[in-house]
Design a protein around this ligand. Structure first.
Ligand SMILES: [Zn+2]
Ligand SMILES: [Zn+2]
Length: 403
């Protein structure tokens, strides 16, 4: 086992295996990297969280980075609150909460309805209600196909648009990125909601959480944060602050920009497929295929995804940070392939598991780990247990089992 140190922009790094805390300071500094299997980085300063450490577990096929957040702090009454995270993703700063941004005083602007989206969503939901009445008479393969399709499409949102492209919590080789961009197109969140648009909205949601610059500001109520925000023009603050976010990483990604160029014809085409497959391959009636396999299935996918913005910001505990709106909601996690551990996720947006745990009600983490085992995903960022416990102690609501 080699022990190697390398200077990064904000930290000194060291490679070794556990126990990492005590050994880091004793080893001499050296520059370079090894092809070894386990890495630990020691940040250049310490805080009351204990040593600020970044641990990178790597192999030739996959890598996991575990880090303690390095916080720039401000005095906030009786306690200090973290402002920014350690530089474990030097390429990404735009999803870190900015508590200095506050809404301006004054009445909210008048709602401008987007009738195209209102009609589309109304038609989809009416179709889904009709589909429910047909479920008892549909073929079992149609139901199984619907579940499988939604799992794949859901991964396009969770493992793709969210954890890979919005937060850069891990890296993926081209075959996995191609799979995720196709899956994301299958998920068809709204007519303009390609990965680039989705990621910009999502970074604004994290950076300006629960303000008017948050596209689905949960302070405007359940309906607005669930679906209402898609039915009206964006608040001027979303346009202003969202437009200033650094999206250069996605602009430079050809696959994402290709999807953006072809999004409307692609989603239209893909939207027809779930109707044709059951009808053609196992003789389902066209009516059942259209209303169950397309409308009902898609409406379930949409609502399950939207619950992360609504229910996971309104209902649940806040064991990691009681000062933010996002909450832990295991039911939402069940519905959204693992995205409901939302208090943790907003506290540590750079963690690829979006949860303190790995596979606990978290199919997306299981999927990414499988991809890592196949050599298709690597450099999975992970927050260290010590940092999580320190954060729980400092800002949690006391509901965590360690409290
Ligand atoms: Zn997020
Ligand atoms: Zn959120």
């Amino acid at each position: 086992m080699k022990h190697i140190w390398a200077n990064t922009r904000h930290s000194q790094q060291v490679q070794l295996c556990i126990p990492f805390k005590s050994r880091v300071r004793k080893e001499p500094r050296r520059a370079g990297w090894s092809d070894d299997t386990c890495t630990v980085s020691q940040a250049s300063q310490e805080q009351d969280d204990g040593p600020l450490a970044t641990r990178v577990i790597s192999s030739k096929r996959s890598t996991t980075t575990i880090t303690n957040p390095h916080s720039w702090r401000q005095q906030d009454g009786e306690e200090e609150m973290p402002l920014q995270a350690e530089d474990i993703r030097p390429e990404m700063r735009e999803d870190i909460y900015d508590p200095t941004y506050q809404d301006e005083e004054g009445p909210p602007p008048k709602l401008e309805y987007v009738w195209r989206n209102i009609i589309l969503m109304a038609l989809l939901h009416v179709g889904a209600l009709c589909g429910i009445t047909l479920v008892p008479s549909c073929k079992v393969y149609t139901c199984l196909f619907g579940v499988f399709y939604n799992m794949v499409a859901g991964l396009g949102i969770t493992a793709g648009a969210h954890r890979l492209w919005s937060h850069r919590t891990y890296k993926a080789h081209l075959p996995l990125r191609i799979f995720l961009i196709i899956a994301n197109t299958m998920a068809f969140q709204a007519l303009d909601n390609d990965v680039y648009e989705w990621a910009r909205d999502h970074r604004a949601h994290h950076k300006f959480s629960e303000t008017h610059a948050d596209p689905h500001n949960s302070r405007r109520g359940f309906f607005f944060s669930h679906v209402g925000w898609l039915l009206v023009r964006k608040h001027p603050a979303v346009k202003e602050k969202g437009g200033k976010l650094d999206m250069s990483d996605l602009k430079a990604e050809k696959l994402v920009m290709f999807q953006r160029r072809c999004y409307k014809p692609a989603v239209t085409l893909i939207f027809i497929l779930p109707t044709l497959v059951p009808w053609h391959f196992w003789g389902e009636t066209f009516r059942h295929s259209l209303l169950i396999s397309t409308f009902l299935r898609h409406v379930i996918l949409l609502n399950f995804t939207w619950l992360v913005n609504s229910a996971a910001h309104l209902y649940g505990l806040r064991p990691y940070d009681r000062g933010i709106g996002a909450r832990e909601n295991p039911l939402v996690s069940l519905a959204s392939l693992g995205e409901g551990f939302h208090n943790y996720h907003h506290a540590f947006p750079y963690d690829y598991s979006v949860s303190e745990y790995r596979w606990h009600i978290n199919f997306t983490t299981f999927f990414i780990d499988c991809m890592a085992a196949l050599g298709l995903a690597y450099d999975r960022k992970r927050v260290s247990k010590a940092a999580v416990l320190a954060r729980i102690k400092r800002t949690g609501d006391g509901s965590h089992k360690s409290s």
